[in-house]
Design a protein around this ligand. Structure first.
Ligand code: 6GU
Length: 244
């Protein structure tokens, strides 16, 4: 999986991806990162990449030429998606992470300052993506989230701990509570069922805890989750209890 990141601040990404799981994935060449400094494609001697907005108003706007130039310098495989990172985009989620992880790579264009010249959206085949309803200082921090979420789905990156399919947003439910030793800590006990050694009971308890948590914290997820008959019965019992 290769990420091509167009940014005015390559150092933000270089630092963050050098550590931990991503750092190892890059070292093992399971993930490759091509950082492109948009400033290198400034079309003027002074390396200016932003300018005043036509029509006036506060702030600066990223010029189109360096972004087009940087993109056209890339040697990407055909069909690689080009994401323009902006709070105006569709919200990034686990489904898009999976989709991207199944392709050969992704181009990420990081916006900065108050905006990007509209002709980037108009003249390039970009898909606008946001990472949530809040405003960041720049797309670099969104790019890091996307790189992280996509990379961990690349086979080999996580090792063999467990398959990403088992976890929270893939199954569509929040995860059940986890405990490790000691069995008792500051008066708080690990639930007896987890110490019982009865794997059928444990599995059932975990499923119900997942359903309970999702019901309480993210009921919106239940509509999209894959639920069997027992799950639906359990949810019904939760609803009855809530209304009682
Ligand atoms: Cl992609 N960019 C910026 N600047 N802010 C954001 C965002 C992106 N996604 C959510 N907030």
């Amino acid at each position: 999986m290769r990420f091509y990141v167009l940014t005015l601040f390559p150092g933000i990404l270089a630092g963050a991806v050098s550590e931990s799981i991503l750092g190892r994935a890059i070292h093992r060449e399971l993930v490759e990162l091509t950082l492109v400094d948009i400033r290198d494609f400034a079309d003027n001697r002074h390396k200016v990449v932003d300018d005043y907005p036509y029509g006036g108003g506060p702030g600066m706007v990223m010029k189109p030429e360096p972004i087009f130039g940087a993109l056209e310098s890339l040697d990407t495989p055909p069909g690689v998606p080009i994401l323009l990172l902006t709070p105006q985009g569709e919200t990034f989620d686990q489904e898009l992470a999976r989709e991207l992880s199944e392709g050969p790579g992704v181009v990420l264009i990081c916006g900065r300052y108050e905006g990007i010249d509209e002709r980037v959206r108009e003249g390039l085949p970009v898909r606008e993506v946001s990472v949530g309803d809040y405003v960041l200082t720049g797309g670099e921090f969104a790019a890091l989230s996307i790189i992280d979420a996509v990379s961990r789905l690349v086979p080999g990156v996580l090792g063999e701990q467990r398959s990403p399919e088992e976890e929270t947003f893939s199954r569509g439910l929040l995860e059940y509570p986890q405990y490790t030793r000691p069995a008792q800590f500051r008066g708080m006990r690990v639930p007896d069922v987890l110490l019982s050694g009865n794997h059928a009971l444990i599995e059932r308890w975990r499923r119900e805890q997942s359903l309970l948590r999702t019901f309480l914290k993210r009921p919106d997820l239940l509509d999209r989750a894959h639920l069997d008959e027992d799950d639906l019965k359990f949810i019904e019992s939760l609803k009855k209890r809530k209304n009682a």
